[in-house]
Design a protein around this ligand. Structure first.
Ligand SMILES: [Zn+2]
Length: 467
């Protein structure tokens, strides 16, 4: 026994109970009361604290080329920041290049991630090109390499059309993979952009208007229909609108394996942020929506129709956000020249746990959304996502009494601002263990670059809305 965490209240998705938890060789080796340390065992007193499984952030964009630049956090800073917010596994997106086989895309990105990652990581592959049989078939090679999760974009120039989306869904059903989708109606979005710009409507509010509730909701409906037609499961990433939430609920009530992810930014902010002075800092896609959507998402969480919470972490500097005023090339900017994305990787678990601490949801629910369900959905529940003997010792010690105000200063990434500045949290993680190694303690990162490893996931077969 290397480590013994004593006397805490263990919280999993299913239960909360007082117990000691022992770690040997990076894995949870025993859970029980009055466990006895061996001579060399490090003993940690967790009395009065919660002991939780580390979070799994299913949606990040580290070192992501976008909008004429690259997102600010690389694999080191992103995973370091994750560790300091109690997240011990990060799923990053690989964007397949045109003509690139899926296994080559994994190789290309993993060569960037492996030397840098401070906590464990895995990938989803953003599919951009299945124009040949060879490219489509290479999805199976990715599944065999432990990357059974794909994503399609219904927006952006690198996104797919409905035909390619449908082919990816069909293929996934055959090979045991899950398809995630960024659902927004590209054509309507483009029409609205042109109209607004012609009318001189250039500020960040019009980013929201061009990707409003209907623009997202229509694509959610269509994506769900395509999955039904292909007879397979679907994972809608960063769901942010009420219509889409209703479509997900309806499909699930009918028994379809449709799953939704939302993000803390949609649970905390509304479209009102696009009226702020630095509204451009909040530009992300999908944008934050109205109050009705926010309420629908919280209700979806309580009903069990939101499966996961993830961050969509994709930070840019304020200088880059200012390209919405004057572009990189010195031309007048508008809402289309702002790089899309915000920082959030360090805030997800603390925010959701704080909402639990304030009584909005249970702590078990926060763990389910941030750890247990992502593990089940993405095929790593035999390794992570709970506190069980045999699983990786990814453990967070949480102090319910600690007051924390989010400031960029206190964050551990490379960004120069945060949309979460000044938000007050009730409770905060005080320690994070990654496979039994302490990587964060009392506000300080004490892990190492390159300590994280690539997690290989099982093939994914989801035939009912239950996980
Ligand atoms: Zn994203």
């Amino acid at each position: 026994m290397d480590l013994l965490i004593r006397g805490g209240l263990l919280v999993t998705a299913e239960a909360s109970y007082r117990a000691d938890i022992a770690v040997t060789d990076g894995k949870i080796s025993e859970i029980g009361t009055n466990l006895r340390p061996a001579q060399k065992t490090q003993v940690v007193d967790a009395k009065g604290k919660l002991v939780l499984p580390g979070a799994i952030d299913g949606h990040t964009h580290l070192a992501m080329p976008f909008g004429g630049t690259v997102s600010t956090d690389d694999y080191y800073f992103g995973t370091k920041s994750a560790a300091c917010g109690g997240t011990t596994t990060v799923f990053d997106f690989i964007i397949q290049q045109k003509g690139e086989l899926m296994q080559d895309a994994i190789e290309r990105r993993n060569s960037l991630a492996a030397p840098d990652a401070a906590v464990d990581y895995s990938f989803h592959i953003g599919v951009t090109d299945v124009s040949t049989e060879e490219l489509l078939d290479s999805m199976e090679a990715a599944v065999k390499e432990g990357i059974p999760s794909f994503k399609v974009f219904m927006v952006y120039d690198f996104g797919v059309d409905d035909g390619a989306f449908y082919k990816v869904l069909q293929k996934s059903a055959q090979i045991g993979a899950l398809v995630g989708v960024h659902a927004e109606n590209r054509d309507v979005n483009n029409v609205l952009i042109k109209q607004y710009l012609r009318e001189g409507k250039t500020d960040a509010w019009w980013h929201y208007m061009s990707k409003n509730e209907d623009v997202e909701g229509e694509a959610d409906f269509r994506a769900i229909n395509l999955a039904k037609m292909a007879g397979t499961s679907l994972y809608i990433v960063h769901l942010a609108n009420k219509q889409g939430m209703e479509a997900v609920t309806q499909a699930r009530d009918e028994g379809y394996p449709i799953f939704a992810e939302t993000c803390p930014q949609y649970l905390h902010f509304t479209r009102e942020v696009y009226k702020r002075e630095r509204a451009r800092d909040f530009v992300c896609s999908p944008p934050m929506k109205g109050k009705a959507s926010q309420q629908a998402l919280w209700e979806g969480i309580k009903r069990g129709d939101i499966a996961t919470v993830a961050t969509d972490h994709c930070p840019f500097t304020q200088a880059e956000k200012d390209w919405g005023i004057v572009t990189k090339d010195g031309k007048p900017g508008d809402f289309t020249t702002i790089p899309n994305g915000c920082a959030g990787i360090e805030n997800m678990y603390p925010y959701m746990l704080s909402e639990a601490n304030k009584g909005r949801i249970t702590f078990n629910k926060a763990v389910e959304l941030c750890a247990a369900n992502p593990a089940k959905l993405f095929g790593l529940d035999d390794q992570k996502g709970s506190l069980q003997v045999g699983l990786d010792a990814d453990i967070v010690i949480y102090d319910k009494k600690k007051e924390f105000v989010i400031t960029n200063e206190a964050m551990h990434g490379q960004t120069d601002h945060t949309i979460w500045e000044g938000v007050k949290l009730k409770g905060y993680p005080v320690a994070t263990y990654s496979r039994g190694t302490l990587v964060f303690k009392d506000g300080e990162f004490i892990g190492k670059k390159g300590q994280g490893k690539l997690i290989k996931c099982k093939p994914i077969k989801l035939s009912s809305p239950q996980l």
